[in-house]
Design a protein around this ligand. Structure first.
Ligand code: SAM
Length: 218
């Protein structure tokens, strides 16, 4: 498929940004990033006309590209800012990774499924983004580049993996959906400067399961 980004696509992105504002997203850096990244490039041809709906859609390997509202909500909670080192767990299509890089962060993104990571690597290289891509079990975090200013988990976890708390810097946030296999509450855990962990709870979301040692067992 030839990758074009026409005035029509740009117009659809503007409407999407307007919709996200109406739904309560007010972080201008996050909205600018959503307005910039061509989401339709991450879609299979059969779904491409739906790329600017505020919905999650299927990608390869039975996984999903997250809903734009969810991407914006998590990125805002994370306080993604230029210069911050962020770990994303669940590269998936690579769309959320682009939004994070557009927010100026130094990104490490880890994906369990090799095929998805390879597809995302190819696309992001074409788009001129260069986060560090890791293939592996993100339920254990990724110690090599820790500690992180923020960790974002884009799959639903049964519990909060301890390794993710350990790999956070003091002052850092862990944004993670936790619940059962179909519905999760979005949590933001913050490692305070004195080491205490505080928790804020947001509304329900629906993610594919976080697999792995500290996730769901298949
Ligand atoms: N951020 C993605 C995007 O923008 O397209 C959406 C990710 S999708 C909702 C969740 C992803 O998490 C899937 O690609 C899945 O393979 C991945 N995943 C599940 N368990 C994982 C684990 N333990 N480590 C890393 N990735 C995992």
């Amino acid at each position: 498929m030839e990758l074009k980004d026409t005035y029509k696509h740009k117009g659809m992105r503007k409407s999407l940004v307007r919709k996200l504002r109406e739904k309560g997203i007010s972080n201008e850096r996050v909205l600018d990033a959503i307005g910039k990244v061509p989401r339709h490039w991450f879609f299979d041809e059969i779904f491409v006309e739906h790329a600017y709906q505020d919905k999650a859609f299927p990608i390869a390997e039975g996984q999903t590209i997250s809903q734009p509202y969810t991407v914006a909500f998590q990125t805002d909670l994370l306080e993604a800012k230029p210069g911050k080192r962020i770990l994303e767990i669940g590269t998936g299509s690579g769309y959320q990774a682009c939004v994070l890089v557009e927010n100026g962060v130094d990104l490490v993104t880890i994906e369990y499924k090799e095929k998805l990571s390879k597809l995302a690597q190819k696309m992001l290289k074409f788009m001129g983004y260069s986060p560090r891509f890791i293939i592996g079990d993100g339920s254990l975090g990724y110690d090599k580049f820790a500690p992180y200013d923020g960790i974002i988990v884009t799959a639903g976890a049964p519990t909060v993996p301890k390794a993710l708390i350990d790999q956070l810097k003091p002052g850092g946030h862990l944004v993670i959906p936790v619940g059962n296999r179909t519905t999760q509450k979005m949590l933001r855990l913050t490692k305070q400067l004195d080491g205490r962990i505080t928790k804020e709870e947001y509304s329900n979301f629906s993610f594919v399961p976080l697999l792995g040692d500290e996730g769901w067992k298949k």
